[in-house]
Design a binder for this molecule. Structure first.
Ligand SMILES: Cc1cc2nc3c(=O)[nH]c(=O)nc-3n(C[C@H](O)[C@H](O)[C@H](O)COP(=O)(O)OP(=O)(O)OC[C@H]3O[C@@H](n4cnc5c(N)ncnc54)[C@H](O)[C@@H]3O)c2cc1C
Length: 476
């Protein structure tokens, strides 16, 4: 028999466990989930309303999460964490978004991404280990700072950043256009071009930066949804940090992105969008089963149109949830249930092989949440349009899914291009020449145009060769 879902000691007013994929969770994880739902009822949800209204960063919600040990969710037990796995991470984020606070769920997603990036290279780093052991005890919130003001949602291309070796460590410069928890987090994983940068933007490195080393502008944050998550700008202004603050070896950025940052962000953010969709369904269910039309003696829930809205929303959302959880399960299988010791071998990158699958779960979850919230608002009529029902907040929060990098426009193009033209065609760092486009454009020029272009190209080639020749003759 399915257990009864409890909310502040009473039966939950939304959908019960019979619409949740509980069979994917261990008994320990199910217990964690029910404890978390109670904390959502008593702490996270009341705070979510205040966070949204007054742009308040949800630190108090993080304190409640820390009381369950959730900041160290997949920190190994030997280091004081819960030692949990990827499926559990997806469940926790979904639960926070659905019953508690979507802004907190997104801040927590970034915290998990940063924690994973640290765990990936913590095996021989006392600096990272001392941080990871204190996450819950000291409520130390982490986040990922990647997006660059010059390259928009191409967050893998940090042109406004650099790192240089100095006598005392690394001098790190980073300008980020968006960073969840900016100015509120206790520690940041930032990505820059590597020291001794030679123009190759695929050569990236990651650093651990603490709160007192960043400049943020939380007063400028004001957005349509996820208003508590404070995704403002971040500036690390040529700060010198000790040598052990580089995470992993120099040039580890691609490995860290493909193995950790992308898979964890895409898994957990998908769970966040799925949680928001389920949260909207719950709220709408409560309303339509109570609201009655006296003239026909029917509740809103008695109209077949409304039943159809719910049927479709539940089926579509459960397809996205199953897809997301199946990727979590795959990550568990690939890593012996999230055993971080496999990364003592720096070449062990089992998650990264499935990158196109993580793109797909995020695309489908972010697409679905907007559609479902819209239909649930329609189900509630004008009453849903008012703030007190909370459905309009879920709708606004869910809208962040499509536009957060990698955006859904970028993701569907990645998947289509990969399928049709192969991996090289994705050209993340703008390095591959598209001969078809080049020749097609040149074909349009007449003889004079071709000559002019040729002269320009020869001049550019000569200019590019000058330093090389000077260097060569100097060396001789
Ligand atoms: C709530 C929220 C929280 C965030 N938190 C973080 C964080 O913690 N850390 C972080 O690093 N970043 C974060 N971001 C930033 C995010 O990852 C993106 O970088 C950001 O949303 C991009 O916004 P933009 O205005 O620069 O979009 P642009 O990149 O300018 O996009 C504008 C439009 O162009 C489209 N487009 C862009 N490139 C292509 C392409 N190659 N092909 C086709 N279409 C394209 C986009 O899909 C979009 O429709 C956050 C964003 C949001 C909304």
């Amino acid at each position: 028999m399915t257990a009864t879902k409890s909310w502040s000691g009473s039966e939950y007013w939304g959908l019960g466990y019979d619409f949740d994929p509980q069979w994917l969770l261990t008994p320990v994880q199910q217990k964690l989930q029910s404890n978390l739902i109670e904390i959502c009822a008593s702490v996270l949800r009341p705070n979510a309303i205040e966070s949204d209204r007054h742009l308040i960063y949800p630190r108090r919600n993080f304190e409640a999460l820390a009381s369950l040990g959730l900041l160290g969710l997949f920190v190994p037990k030997a280091w004081g964490g819960l030692g949990e796995n990827h499926v559990c991470a997806a469940m926790v984020v979904e639960t926070i978004a659905r019953y508690g606070c979507p802004s907190t769920a997104m801040c927590y997603t970034m915290h998990l991404g940063a924690t994973a990036a640290a765990l990936f290279r913590a095996h021989d780093s006392p600096e990272l280990q001392q941080l990871l052991k204190r996450l819950d005890r000291n409520v130390l919130i982490g986040t990922l700072s990647y997006s660059d003001p010059e390259t928009g949602s191409h967050f893998w291309y940090p042109v406004s950043s650099k790192a240089e070796r100095t006598l005392h460590g690394w001098q790190v410069s980073k300008k980020a256009s968006w960073t969840t928890s900016a100015g509120f987090a206790d520690w940041y994983i930032v990505q820059t071009t590597s020291p001794e940068f030679d123009g190759n933007y695929s050569d990236l490195s990651c650093f651990l930066i603490y709160a007192d080393e960043v400049q943020a502008e939380p007063h400028k944050w004001d957005a349509m949804g996820l208003r508590g998550n404070q995704s403002g700008t971040l500036h690390v202004d040529g700060v010198t940090v000790p040598i052990d603050r580089m995470i992993g070896p120099k040039s580890d950025g691609i490995a860290s992105n493909d193995e950790i940052v992308d898979p964890f962000f895409l898994l957990c953010s998908s769970a966040c969008w799925n949680g928001i969709a389920m949260g909207a369904i719950d709220i709408a269910k409560r309303h339509v089963t109570r609201k009655k039309h006296a003239d026909v003696g029917m509740r809103v829930a008695d109209y077949p149109t409304i039943q159809d809205y719910f049927g479709e929303a539940i089926i579509d959302t459960n397809a996205c949830r199953s897809f997301t959880f199946s990727m979590g399960k795959l990550m568990d299988d690939l890593t012996q249930n999230c055993d971080w010791s496999i990364h003592q071998d720096l070449t062990a990158l089992p998650r990264s092989t499935y990158l196109p699958w993580y793109w797909q779960i995020k695309f489908s979850a972010a697409k679905n949440v907007a559609q479902v919230c819209d239909k649930m608002l329609h189900s509630c009529g004008g009453s849903g349009f008012k703030k007190d029902m909370e459905i309009e907040r879920y709708l606004r929060d869910g809208k962040a899914g499509w536009v957060m990098g990698p955006t859904n426009e970028v993701l569907r193009q990645f998947v289509g291009k990969l399928a049709l033209l192969g991996f090289e065609s994705l050209d993340y760092w703008n390095q591959q020449v598209n001969d078809r486009v080049l020749h097609n454009e040149v074909k349009k020029l007449d003889a004079a145009g071709k000559r002019k272009l040729a002269e320009q190209l020869l001049a550019q080639a000569a200019a590019a060769e000058v330093p090389e020749k000077t260097l060569a003759s100097g060396a001789a």
